[in-house]
Design a binder for this molecule. Structure first.
Ligand SMILES: Nc1ncnc2c1ncn2[C@@H]1O[C@H](COP(=O)(O)OP(=O)(O)OP(=O)(O)O)[C@@H](O)[C@H]1O
Ligand SMILES: [Mg+2]
Length: 261
């Protein structure tokens, strides 16, 4: 059974109206259990839309979306995945700690278990001292880290992450990349990760899915074969070769506007 399976998926917003937008066409994508897949492509190509379809936050116009072998709607009810999206999406009236506890509450975890897990996750993202703060008292990057802690809190079998590290400084970003990889490897978590950073996609992924400009479709899939993924790997020839391969796929001649000589 695959973690995620999309077949013939198309998404049209505002169909039949003057502001109709075809965001995605003909998406076929299967993600294996434990696989880490990044989505990369120009702004507006439909990466967030694709993630929202998998999370069942919006319906597909046509095609099928399955998560853990179930229709996406069923998987959502069964809490088969954790999400950390472009906007942190925290609840302003809840403290940092109670935001992280939320998915555990939904699963009926005991208070002691929730506390312990929230503390562990907040320590992981470097926010142990901010448990009692409210989101409005944090910087954008700190709010993003709370959202990541919340997504990881229940160890979901599937993580859906939309530019989760976009607002972070380079050092924090690299540290959290390494932590995320360690968690996913240890727990066998499957991940769909949206990023604009080619090095980030290469460092994290088993496969990088390159999308073309609107209407978004899958232009190429680049397998990433790094023997080890530690800080030294970021300097290795294999790393730079993979970066070149993804960059080339993003510049595929067919995708470049006709103005190019
Ligand atoms: N709710 C919506 N209603 C109408 N159009 C939408 C909606 N959400 C997205 N779109 C359109 O769908 C297209 C894809 O948007 P999406 O947010 O998926 O892009 P993206 O690849 O995530 O871009 P970015 O890299 O800037 O985050 C865009 O043209 C956008 O205008
Ligand atoms: Mg987006």
């Amino acid at each position: 059974m695959s973690a995620v399976s999309l077949a013939g998926v198309t998404k049209v917003f505002n169909a039949g109206r003057p502001d109709e937008v075809t965001a995605l066409t003909d998406i076929d994508l299967t993600i294996a259990q434990g696989e880490f897949v990044s989505l990369i492509g120009p702004s507006g190509c439909g990466k967030s839309t694709l993630l929202r379809l998998i999370a069942d936050l919006i319906p597909a116009t046509s095609g099928t979306v399955e998560v853990a072998g179930k229709p996406a709607a069923k998987a959502r009810l069964d809490q088969e995945y954790g999400i950390a999206f472009q906007q942190a999406g925290l609840f302003e009236w809840r403290t940092v700690q109670r935001n992280v506890e939320l998915p555990l509450e939904l699963r009926g975890a005991s208070r002691a278990e929730r506390r312990a897990r929230a503390a562990e996750m907040l320590a992981l993202v470097g926010l142990a001292d901010f448990a009692r703060h409210y989101p409005a008292q944090l910087s954008g990057g700190m709010q993003q880290r709370v959202a990541i802690a919340r997504a990881l809190a229940v160890h979901p079998p599937l993580l859906l992450m939309d530019e989760p590290f976009g607002a972070l400084d380079e050092m924090t970003r690299e540290r959290l990349q390494a932590e995320l990889l360690a968690i996913c490897t240890k727990t066998g978590t499957s991940t769909v990760f949206v990023t604009h950073s080619i090095p980030e996609a290469v460092f994290l992924s088993d496969r990088v899915v390159v999308m073309s400009p609107r209407p978004g479709r899958i232009a190429a899939t680049v397998p990433i074969d790094l023997p080890v993924r530690d800080d030294a790997a970021r300097q290795s020839p294999a790393f730079f070769e993979a970066i070149t391969a993804v960059r080339r796929a993003l510049r595929e001649p067919g995708e470049i506007p006709a103005a190019t000589p």
